[in-house]
Design a protein around this ligand. Structure first.
Ligand code: ASP
Ligand code: MG
Length: 424
């Protein structure tokens, strides 16, 4: 029998009614003749609520204990979904990440999957049961402690498990009908994509599209696992994330642009008055790397001839801002720069499309769309199939809408329905 892995996000299992609805859907898949493995997220905003609770008890909770707490969210949903399936007269067994064989490193809060040994899941399937697995968690190979894989990582649990089990497809259920050309919450005329290549999806996820966890797309690409992103609230066909080889075959018909992504969580740091000599940039970025700060875009200005000083600006996730500022402040005397500027009122807007490779003029069109909308560009970076700009946070929505329209992505009829979720 072919194995189907289904992942249900928090908004799909937000309450008892949602859990019953999802259970029915799972049972229908089982009745259609598949072995079914289900990965669940925590109910609704439970993970955020648990975090808030922890913060009230301790501003900096020990990472091990925080993981212990957060993994409880997924445990609640897995047990409830299993109960709802049993109520429908089918056999179901729930498993924690650890029981499901999700082996990770020991980096609490952002653990990486090292291996999956899904023996108990295979056994459950062999016994005729539907297996329900808690997403977003595993167990450390070294310490045997429970770990979490990072926010939104239930997607990654699902795809990794699908790959380990040799599943036919990994279905990711959320509260929208699939992957859209832009976030439907900002662009009501966003269009649903029938399919998108893993390569493009990777760039969109990395550029802030929240529909899929970045690492899940990396996994899908590496193991050639097809993903079907769809809504648990409707029966509509969603978006297929196709392994790249297949997408290549269809590329004659593929649109040039897949979509416009945005990311509000960015911040910008400028190191002012850096002496323009060998090794200064290296020293700055070594310092940031040692502090565990992820850097995105970097711009170094031409140094002023009179002073021999230059400015270096870079962007980073806003949540790394404090760590970056204090790490740099500690090396100020050694590096000899003047001062640091911090700006978290910035965001990133990205245009993604594999067709960019072969179509000139995309950059010009993108920038003139921004100019016509009165949006000033702070920084620019590109890959082969993506152009990103940093803009003022208050102008993000306008920038996304203007770009979407300029590239003729607007649908004539409204296709996007947001069925649930608080968008938290
Ligand atoms: N519940 C976790 C989170 O909110 C994991 C997930 O939903 O994917 O980040
Ligand atoms: Mg998610």
């Amino acid at each position: 029998m072919s194995i189907v892995v289904q992942k249900y996000g928090g908004s799909s299992v937000a309450d008892a009614a949602g859990i019953k609805r999802v259970a029915q859907r799972i049972v229908n898949t089982r009745k259609a003749g598949h072995d079914v493995v289900v990965v669940v997220s925590a109910m609704g905003d439970t993970t955020d609520e648990l975090r808030d609770l922890a913060e009230q008890v301790s501003p900096l909770p020990p990472p091990r204990e925080l993981d212990m707490l957060l993994t409880a969210g997924e445990r609640m949903s897995m047990a409830l979904v299993a109960m709802a399936i049993a109520q429908l007269g089918h056999k179901a067994q729930s498993f924690t990440g650890s029981q499901a064989g999700v082996i990770t490193d020991s980096a609490h809060g952002r653990a990486k999957i090292i291996d999956i040994t899904p023996g108990r899941i295979e056994q459950a399937l062999a016994d005729g049961a539907i297996a329900i697995v808690a997403g977003f968690q595993g167990v450390s190979q070294d310490t045997k402690d429970v770990t979490t894989l990072g926010r939104g990582a239930s997607d990654t649990t699902a795809v990794a498990l699908a790959a380990a089990l040799g599943a036919e497809v990994c279905e990711i259920y959320s509260d929208v009908d699939g992957v859209f050309t832009a976030d439907p919450r900002i662009v009501p005329a966003a269009r649903k994509l029938d399919s998108v290549s893993a390569e493009e999806m990777l760039e969109m996820a990395a550029s802030g599209a929240k529909i899929l966890h970045l690492r899940c797309v990396e996994y899908a690409r590496r193991y050639q696992m097809p993903i079907h992103v769809r809504s648990s609230f409707s029966q509509k066909e969603g978006t297929w994330i196709t392994p790249d080889a297949q997408a290549g075959a269809q590329s004659m018909e593929q649109p040039i642009i897949a979509g416009v992504a945005h990311d509000r969580s960015q911040a910008k740091i400028t190191v002012v008055g850096v002496p323009d000599k060998v090794g200064e940039a290296a020293r700055i970025f070594e310092t940031l790397a040692a502090a565990g700060v992820n850097i995105d875009m970097v711009v170094q200005n031409v140094s002023a001839a009179a002073t021999g000083l230059t400015d270096i600006s870079f962007t980073l996730p806003g949540s790394d801002g404090q760590a970056a500022m204090s790490a740099l402040a500690r090396v100020q005397d050694e590096v000899g720069f003047d001062r640091l500027l911090f700006d978290d009122q910035v965001g990133k807007v990205s245009l993604v499309g594999a067709g960019m490779r072969s179509h000139p003029g995309i950059t010009a069109k993108f920038f003139s769309a921004l100019a016509n909308a009165g949006v000033n560009i702070g920084m620019i970076s590109t890959s082969e199939i993506r152009i990103s700009v940093i803009v003022d946070e208050v102008q993000i929505d306008e920038a996304v809408r203007a770009t979407h329209t300029a590239f003729d992505l607007d649908a004539t009829e409204v296709e996007a329905v947001v069925y649930g979720g608080t968008g938290r």
